[in-house]
Design a protein around this ligand. Structure first.
Ligand code: FES
Length: 86
């Protein structure tokens, strides 16, 4: 499990090991766009304010992730606390 803090509201949520970041946000009433939910379409791409994502999408490589400063929340996870622009 890890934590997500939502920069726009300051809310912090626990993301359980058996659920995705995207679903965790939805369970708490936070609507996010998605399509494939398998890490290849990019529609769930979300800006990372701080923290260390564990990228599991198949869209961007490591350098591109560093440049983009985003993560695909349908598949990617994080260590510790990740702060998202959401
Ligand atoms: Fe397609 Fe996340 S919904 S990459």
């Amino acid at each position: 499990p890890f934590e997500v803090t939502l920069a726009r509201t300051g809310r912090t949520l626990q993301v359980p090991a058996d659920d995705t970041l995207l679903n965790t946000l939805r369970r708490h009433g936070i609507a996010r766009d998605s399509s494939c939910e398998q890490g290849w379409c990019g529609s769930c791409e979300t800006t990372v304010v701080s923290g260390t994502p564990i990228h599991r999408d198949s869209i961007l490589d490591a350098d591109e992730h560093d440049d983009a400063g985003t993560m695909m929340i349908c598949t990617s996870r994080a260590t510790g606390t990740v702060v998202l622009d959401a």
